[in-house]
Design a protein around this ligand. Sequence first.
Ligand SMILES: NC(=O)c1ccc[n+]([C@@H]2O[C@H](COP(=O)([O-])OP(=O)(O)OC[C@H]3O[C@@H](n4cnc5c(N)ncnc54)[C@H](OP(=O)(O)O)[C@@H]3O)[C@@H](O)[C@H]2O)c1
Length: 272
Amino acid sequence: MILVTGATGSVGYNVIRELHMSGCEVRALSRNPKKVSFPEGVEATAGDLTKPETLQAALNGVEKVFWVLPLDADFNFPKLARQHGVRHIVLLSALAVDFGSDNAIARLHLDAEQAVRESGADWTFLRPGGFMTNSFQWAHSIRSEGIVRIPFGDISTPSVDSRDIAAVAAKALSTDGHEGKIYSLTGPEPLTPRQQVHILSDLLGRDLGFETLPDDIARQYMLRQMPAEIVDAFFDLNRQGFSTVLPTVEEVTGRAPFTFKQWATDHIDAFR
Ligand SMILES: NC(=O)c1ccc[n+]([C@@H]2O[C@H](COP(=O)([O-])OP(=O)(O)OC[C@H]3O[C@@H](n4cnc5c(N)ncnc54)[C@H](OP(=O)(O)O)[C@@H]3O)[C@@H](O)[C@H]2O)c1
């Protein structure tokens, strides 16, 4: 049995689909598993990763776990999983770990990697860069005003499709030889947000405005939604950027990663 956490999220949901298609027994964990429908045969279970007392049934009979971190992650989870007999933990970490533990986003993922290493289970770390799904944050202003206003509009990054991260995770969970491996993952092409908005504009058949927000205005807006150290970490990551395209998705899955245009085509209804 494989337990997939973050099961209602962009990566976890696709991990479940991939594992189910390859015939694995899968259990899906969410605080509210009823909010999405899983493929027939997938066992949906309710549990909160920050409340160990809610996880006993979910971990029963599980051999492998896909761990997606909440912002307030409980780093005892890997030890608890190991105590229930889990042999292998595949962690959704982040490329941001390269920034070191002064950066709060890097620290969250470094602490989780350390907790997995110390649990005694076999491990595989997936370290993706920025997700294409981050563009969903633009959907509201595109729909209501036809404009995107964000900081760092001209910094390019090879953002990655959650389906590609999920495909790598599913390989690591269902085939041999991934123990002790760190997979750093990007999409196939560096694009700036401005270029991504052009692609959305072409697909929508509608001109879209684009404004690069000054840092101080963007900061005030973000502070209404997240803690200051996460906002600082986000600015730090984006200022330094990361534009190198990595071959890992294709090396592990045997197929090329999705482009932003492919992702946008498949999700364009969210922007209409
Ligand atoms: N966005 C990026 O650019 C980026 C880059 C690198 C790494 N990452 C990593 O990717 C993760 C997000 O992955 P994603 O996009 O697939 O997630 P997502 O779509 O944002 O969904 C979050 C998932 O986490 C679950 N969750 C949150 N808190 C939980 C809790 N206390 N107990 C149980 N489940 C909980 C949610 O389940 P319910 O709400 O249904 O309980 C949901 O399934 C981040 O946390 C980060 O570690 C993100």
